[in-house]
Design a binder for this molecule. Structure first.
Ligand SMILES: *[C@@H]1O[C@H](CO)[C@@H](O)[C@H](O)[C@H]1NC(C)=O
Length: 322
């Protein structure tokens, strides 16, 4: 009886559990949007930065577009003297005072020889960026982290950099003020998938109400066209929360983020495959928007075909729902 009831309820439960909204319609240049970082200038122009093209810049009059390609943040490549300094990844952008800071990663795929660099601008426009090189956050094979995937967070008094990818996953280090360099204090581990290949990266922190939400991308990011991961091993977006920005992150079931915890916010569904590289943008008309890259399975699985995805996000239950 129990088994029979469970079977008959299962399809309904599955449909409810995975009823993600489709991405909002994006117009203009919506491909080549890997690891997007989003910001809106005071004049209302939206800027989208992404992996590749020496950090590609697109701009638009609204979050949904029409997006236009403008050029590169650092056309000459990074001044950081490391392999990968002509192939910059995973931008993060923030306004600090009257200056925009753009953090980027220098590395090569699967290597711990990595560093987080910073460039600044007062306008966000192509041609306005000055590359200042390393933030002092770097790694080699002797570290427990990989110094890529930067995300700056200001808790009202201090700047923190969240970063990391595989190895022991997500770390945090206090930054100096202004946040051009680390404060020199040691990095602490804030999220870890203790099993398998520790496939977690791309942290993004966002405060809503009295909680600090830590979003991460869990799974395999790339190369889906040549090496499709086992079903469910592709990127998905998870979240943990804490009442401080610096640790104690747990998921909806109370499982620590340092012990594999993480409540799924968005995963493959319908024509959407492998969503990740996310951020949250508090849009003046839409409220909090989860933005990310994803494969549209009707278009193609290559990294260069990754689409810019957006969904409004509802925090009313205390946990973000797409
Ligand atoms: C957010 O979700 C709650 C249910 O948890 C719902 O009542 C509310 O209408 C939603 N808000 C929006 C703006 O959709």
């Amino acid at each position: 009886m129990f088994a029979k009831l469970a079977v008959s309820l299962l399809p309904l439960y599955a449909a409810t559990a995975h009823a993600y909204a489709n991405p909002m319609t994006c117009t203009g240049v919506c491909t080549n949007a890997h690891d997007p970082a989003l910001i809106r200038r005071a004049d209302g122009t939206y800027f989208r930065f992404s992996t590749g093209g020496k950090i590609a810049i697109h701009s638009a009059p609204a979050i949904t577009g029409p997006w236009v390609y403008k050029g590169a943040v650092i056309p000459a490549g990074s001044k950081i003297n490391l392999a990968g300094n002509q192939d910059l990844w995973a931008p993060d952008v923030a306004l600090v005072g009257s200056t925009y800071y753009l953090y980027y990663s220098v590395s090569t795929f699967g290597s711990q020889n990595s560093a987080i660099g910073v460039a600044t601008s007062t306008t966000l426009d192509v041609g306005s960026w000055t590359d200042l090189g390393t933030t002092g956050i770097s790694s080699t094979a002797s570290k427990s982290y990989n110094a890529i995937d930067a995300n700056l967070f200001f808790d009202g008094s201090s700047y923190y950099m969240n970063f990391g990818s595989f190895w022991s996953d997500i770390f945090q280090v206090k930054m100096a003020n202004p946040p051009l360099r680390t404060s020199g204090s040691s990095s602490t581990n804030i999220a870890l998938t203790p099993t398998g290949t520790h496939a977690q990266e791309g942290a993004f922190m966002y405060k809503y109400g009295s909680y600090y939400y830590l979003f991460t991308s869990v799974g395999i990011c790339c190369g889906y066209d040549t090496n499709r991961p086992a079903s469910g091993a592709e990127y998905k977006i998870k979240v943990c929360r804490s009442s401080t920005a610096t640790g104690g992150f747990v998921d909806k079931d109370g499982v620590s983020c340092l012990n594999g915890g993480g409540t799924i916010v968005l995963e493959s569904h319908g024509n959407v495959y492998g969503p990740g590289g996310q951020g949250i943008f508090n849009d003046p008309s839409l409220g909090p928007v989860l933005y990310y890259h994803y494969v549209d399975t009707t278009i193609g699985y290559a990294d260069g075909q990754k689409r810019f995805g957006m969904n409004t996000i509802n925090f009313s239950s205390g946990w973000p729902v797409v």
